[in-house]
Write a protein that binds this ligand. Structure first.
Ligand SMILES: *Cc1c(COP(=O)(O)O)cnc(C)c1O
Length: 411
């Protein structure tokens, strides 16, 4: 069955919860063992002192290690990416930082695509460097050969341990090839005789319109605050991958203690029931809005992966190879400057002026002075993040109402 058919039932047994049709919230820190022997048995498995038996699931011990809301959420999330497993976190940043810490160590080299989410950029530049972890970044116009030359020139190619990309990149929808990175990872794994992992931040198009694991990536990370949560009412994150990857990530999570709370997990279970219809509607709306923007005289350029967006030949090829839809994020250059952009933003009535994305309500923001304010001016110009750029996250409202709001604000 399709994931959308299973979101109401998968992984939950009503008979274990008084027949409740919906999974209750398990607000408990600890779980009662039936006997001392059972407690011993659970701990042996939890701490890897013995292998699990066929079809054996870890018994409930303590909510930092496991909890029914977390486990059911993980079972359901895995279906969307056809992943062997997933791990849920208290934020997207905790999912990302846990992956970076688990797959890198002092002396290791990280290769990553720029731009990435601001928090990820900060973690790579200011936290990982404190632990002696080096990085190389590459931009959207660099070829695979360029990237290889950079790795070789660093003198640290033997230490390459992780390739991390975010695609489409925020806020201009630049695309990076997942397949190229998987190839590169395989080449260096063979050369170095040591696995080089490939991780993709799939927040922008996932889990519906981009499936990195099916393209060979080892790890997909999500800010579940965005489409997965989808109502601007929670902060959460997720990692999906093979059982080896998820086993390692969950072990580090146990000791960092950055797992999701039972209440937030329960809210996400509710969100997942409508994930597909929300995202489909948001994308259909975005297609209408992008069409309108691309024909408006006060709009200079639209950054959108569908019709009306201006994308290079290379970007179109990558789109065909790895995306199943254009998504619901649109950026555009307004004719004018910061003052014009602010006037437009201040005149919006239905769109809310806020950062974040992927929610039921439409949001608008100014990347150059808000989400991307920390990027050095020269880099901003390279990335097309000018004072004219406005970013929209399209929600589930009536598309005509969204268009008339944009129209009156442009006017
Ligand atoms: C929001 C976001 C993050 C960070 O997630 P939080 O849930 O805010 O911690 C990471 N990556 C991308 C692409 C995001 O949009």
């Amino acid at each position: 069955m399709k994931p959308e058919s299973l979101m109401m039932s998968h992984g939950y047994k009503p008979e274990l919860s008084q027949g409740a049709v919906k999974c209750p919230i398990f607000l408990t820190s600890t779980f009662v063992f039936e006997s001392a022997e059972e407690g011993k048995d659970f701990f042996e498995l939890a701490y890897g002192h013995r292998q699990s038996k066929p079809n054996e699931e870890l018994g409930l011990i303590y909510s930092r290690i496991n909890n029914p809301n977390l486990e059911i959420l993980e079972d359901r999330l895995s279906l969307w990416d056809a992943a062997a497993g997933s791990a849920v976190f208290e934020s997207g940043m905790s999912a990302i930082s846990t992956v970076l810490l688990e797959f890198l160590k002092p002396g290791a080299l990280l290769l990553y695509s720029a731009p990435v989410y601001g928090g990820t950029h900060h973690f790579i530049h200011h936290v990982l460097t404190k632990f002696g972890i080096d990085f190389i970044e590459f931009g959207v116009n660099e070829t695979k050969q360029n990237i290889i030359d950079k790795i070789e020139a660093s003198g640290k190619s033997k230490d390459l341990a992780l390739i991390y990309i975010e695609t489409p990149a925020n806020p201009t929808n630049d695309l990076f090839s997942i397949l190229d990175m998987v190839c590169l990872g395989n080449e260096y794994s063979e050369k170095n005789k040591q696995k080089v992992y490939v991780a993709v931040d799939n927040t922008y198009l996932g889990p519906l319109w981009q499936k990195p694991l099916s393209l060979g990536a080892d790890i997909a990370v999500y800010s579940a605050t965005k489409y997965l949560g989808g109502h601007s009412d929670l902060i959460a994150g997720a990692v999906m991958g093979t059982s080896e990857v998820i086993g390692r990530v969950k072990t580090l999570r146990t000791f960092l203690g950055n797992m999701i709370s039972p209440h937030t997990a329960w809210m996400l279970l509710r969100s997942l029931e409508t994930l597909q219809i929300r995202m489909e509607r948001q994308q259909a709306n975005a297609i209408e809005v992008a069409k309108f923007l691309s024909s408006h005289p006060k709009v200079e350029k639209v950054y959108f992966l569908g019709e009306g967006g201006s994308s290079s030949q290379q970007s179109q090829e990558i789109f065909k190879a790895q995306c199943l839809g254009p998504g619901a994020m649109i950026s555009f250059d307004i004719q004018g400057n910061e003052q014009t952009a602010f006037k437009f933003l201040n005149n919006l009535k239905l769109f809310k002026l806020a950062v974040s994305l992927g929610s039921t309500e439409s949001l608008a923001e100014h990347p150059a002075t808000m989400t991307h304010v920390d990027i050095p001016p020269a880099d901003k110009i390279k990335m097309n993040i000018t004072e004219k750029l406005i970013r929209l996250s399209i929600g589930v409202e009536d598309p005509k109402d969204l268009i008339s709001d944009i129209s009156q604000a442009l006017q």
